[in-house]
Design a binder for this molecule. Structure first.
Ligand code: BGC
Length: 349
């Protein structure tokens, strides 16, 4: 079977590799890959700036935003051949730490977690893959074209849960949410915000192309203006930050309403410095009881919320987020970002 593989920490090593066909272990599904979504993390791995191969191997099978169809399931279990499934990305650390021991591997405390397609476990970018039934999630069959959005949706479901839990410190009835960045994470964050009944605003640099249209189709408001201008107008109760751009992050922190919550989801490269008025930022956070919270990955609870959110969304709107579908044999095209991309997927079938 063919798989997209890389040598992590070495740039430009992405290649199609022929791997022996897989046999599922007890308690595992054998899955025919339909597609994998490509995200910034995959591109960082391809550029040699992130990622770790499985111990004893040079190459890592890429791909963590999975979608496939079960070919073989253990008899008598919850899955049957033909089910549409995604595989969960992270596995608990082997110790395990207290969080991993409680199923909250997204909050791993010792950093020894593993991740499919990212950290020490083969990814889902192959024609066939296996997954433990405990880490497989069944999707509504109507999500066949868009189910690879499930993993980014799970990341967003976790981010919204963090906002709720931080908000629960005191009386909390948020009305206005600002999402910075109209990539897949930002647009899915906007979708979940609208589903919660919030007045959602999305900010991005693009002033044409598919992003403004996707935001208006949700009933949210699109802005292509500096963050500080937008926050001065809106005073958002919540900001979901999905750019990872330093200036945007700092301006968002200084621009919320009192008791504002900024949830950071963007993984930025290190080494970019900007001037920050640390005194003003500190003063604002203290005097307003503001919170800035980082959020990464997702556990099974968040996958369940994401599955419901996607099932409740307009399938055509979701399909509109997928701006390119590239067959596995032309993987290099999928790995190169283009200005009008929202989500690029690699098709495996
Ligand atoms: C993935 C997460 C993962 C994170 C860090 C992101 O791209 O969506 O599941 O935890 O990278 O490796």
């Amino acid at each position: 079977m063919r798989a997209l593989t890389v040598v992590p920490q070495h740039a430009d090593t992405a290649a199609l590799t022929d791997l022996p066909d897989l046999r599922p272990d007890d308690g595992e599904l054998l899955v025919e890959g339909i597609a994998v979504g490509i995200c910034g993390t995959d591109r960082e791995i391809v550029q040699g700036r992130y990622g770790w191969p499985p111990p004893g191997h040079d190459r890592l099978v890429l791909g963590h935003e999975s979608l496939g169809r079960v070919r073989h399931a253990p008899p008598g279990g919850d899955f049957t051949a033909g089910d549409l499934v995604v595989g969960v990305v992270r596995r608990p650390d082997p110790v395990p730490c207290g969080a991993c021991a409680r199923g909250e591997f997204d909050m791993c405390r010792n950093g020894r977690y593993t991740e499919r397609g990212i950290k020490e476990l083969p990814g889902y970018g192959s024609e066939l893959w296996t997954v433990e039934t405990d880490y497989a999630v069944r999707l509504d069959p109507k999500l066949e074209r868009v189910g690879m959005l499930m993993e980014p949706a799970s990341v967003v479901a976790k981010a919204w849960e963090q906002v709720d839990r931080v908000g629960a410190r005191s009386w909390y009835e948020p009305r206005t949410a600002l999402v910075t960045g109209a990539g897949p994470i930002g647009l899915l964050a906007a979708l979940l915000g609208v589903q919660r009944g919030l007045d959602v605003h999305v900010l991005d640099l693009a002033d044409d192309g598919p992003k403004p249209a996707a935001v208006s189709a949700l009933g949210a408001t699109y802005h292509s203006r500096p963050v500080a201008e937008v926050t001065d107008q809106l005073h958002p109760d919540v900001v979901i930050e999905a750019t990872g751009v330093g200036r945007v992050v700092v301006d968002a922190m200084g621009g919320t309403a009192a008791y504002g919550i900024v949830c950071l989801t963007g993984v930025s490269p290190a080494g970019r410095t900007i001037p920050v008025d640390a005194g003003a930022t500190n003063r604002e956070l203290v005097l307003e009881n503001d919170v800035v919270v980082g959020s990464v990955n997702a556990n099974l609870r968040h996958y369940a919320v994401a599955a419901d959110a996607l099932a409740a969304a307009d399938p055509d709107w979701l399909a509109g987020l997928i701006t390119r579908r590239v067959p596995l044999g032309r993987f290099a095209e999928a790995l190169t970002a283009r200005p009008d991309d929202i989500k690029v997927v690699l098709t495996l079938d």
